[in-house]
Design a protein around this ligand. Structure first.
Ligand code: FES
Ligand SMILES: [Fe+2]
Length: 382
């Protein structure tokens, strides 16, 4: 079937700005792992679609704020994560869990009028914790998170991520591709047979197939249009899902596996696709996990942040850092295969390039595309 996605959707700055306003601002976005925020004053700093955000632990309470000092707009936290009070190093202003500001030398040097002083506080964002996953919402009137993911998906994310250990390593790839290429790639079960033939496909035989009910639902969706916001939200919830994906070719068998509390006990590849830009998987039957966050930076740039974690340790063991490192090096081969293709596609696209031709097996991506284009054209708002 013919895709309707114009090349501009992947390369155009103005299109990217509309995506930020219509899709990302209203939606809950992943920002980091709760295990990285488990101490008083622990923080995570990220830029989500151009907006600087900090999540800070205040004596066990997690709060999300815009990471901009209200004095001279210096970023308050500078490192991507760490343990440090919410304190601006430029002129020493500090901030409490409500976003209130303590200003040294306030009377002597600043003399704000009471009405101005009342406005000097941090902009706060809504925050939700799902198991080990921390989400923020940049809207002033956030959609309840259940309406974005649905109760079953939230329960599955909570249960699987609760199995994560506290020792985490992460890396970031500076992806020269549009973020949508990543969700399309992840929902394409046919490519591993070719692109990952010598890596992931050796361990897991992903089988693409045509789901006649899915194809029929897509046909109806295209015929009838999206309809109202309720229907648009129901479709949105259907874009995220997860759990067991495909059986492993051989039972996972590493010496360190006996050191962790395995998530479930099945020799399957687990896969959680969290629309729009988060992916969690376990390629060793629940002994370890990879969390991929595709952070849009520009139409042709995506910060590809990847976390590696094992299931919870039964007790500390000396090789745990080496295990995470080996996990990262193994995943790097597969990730680079995908990133190389996405970068090649990005370089190939130009304004006016002809759209793609999707097979019926790609009905999921076709359904998302149809919904997404309706959102961009203003047929509904989130
Ligand atoms: S810019 Fe932050 S205290 Fe001055
Ligand atoms: Fe892939």
């Amino acid at each position: 079937m013919q895709s309707n996605m114009p090349a501009q959707a992947y390369i155009d700055e103005a299109w990217f700005g509309r995506e930020r306003d219509l899709l990302f601002k209203p939606l809950w976005q992943f920002i980091g792992l709760k295990v990285m925020l488990d101490k008083n004053n622990a923080f995570i700093k990220r830029t989500l679609f151009g907006i600087p955000v900090v999540v800070q632990n205040f004596h066990g309470e997690l709060r999300a704020f815009e990471n901009i000092c209200p004095h001279r707009q210096n970023p308050i936290q500078v490192q991507p994560h760490g343990v440090r009070p919410l304190f601006c190093s430029y002129h020493g202003w500090s901030f409490d869990s409500e976003g209130g500001t303590r200003i040294p030398h306030e009377d002597a040097l600043f003399r704000f009028a009471p009405e101005e002083r009342a406005c000097i506080r941090l902009r706060r964002f809504a925050l939700e914790v799902v198991g080990n996953l921390v989400f923020v919402n940049l809207s002033a009137d956030p959609l309840p998170i259940k309406r974005q993911f649905g109760a079953a998906m939230l329960a599955s994310l909570a249960a699987s991520s609760a199995a994560f250990d506290g020792e985490v390593i992460m890396t970031t790839y500076d992806g020269r591709f549009n973020w949508k290429l990543a969700y399309e790639n992840l929902r394409d079960e046919h490519h591993p047979r070719y692109l990952h033939a010598r890596t992931l496909y050796q361990e897991v035989r992903f089988e693409a197939s045509i789901d006649e009910c899915g194809v029929e639902a897509l046909r109806r969706q295209r015929e009838q249009g999206i309809g109202d916001r309720e229907r648009a939200l129901a479709l949105l919830r259907s874009f995220s899902g997860g759990g067991r994906d495909a059986p492993m070719q051989a039972a996972p068998n590493e010496r360190w596996h006996s050191n962790v509390e395995r998530y479930r006990d099945q020799d399957w590849y687990y896969n959680w696709l969290v629309f729009p830009n988060l992916h969690i998987a376990s390629a060793d039957g629940g002994h370890s996990f990879i969390v991929e966050h595709h952070v849009p930076v520009g139409p042709g740039r995506t910060e590809f942040m990847v976390y590696f974690v094992t299931a919870k340790k039964k007790r500390p063991y000396s090789a745990s850092a080496a295990v995470l490192h080996a996990h990262m090096m193994g995943a790097d081969k597969v990730l680079r295969e995908d990133i190389d293709v996405m970068e090649q596609i990005q370089q190939t696209l130009y304004e006016g390039a002809r759209p793609a031709h999707l097979g019926d097996y790609e009905f999921v991506n076709a359904g998302i595309e149809h919904w997404y284009l309706n959102l961009m054209e203003g047929s509904f708002a989130l």
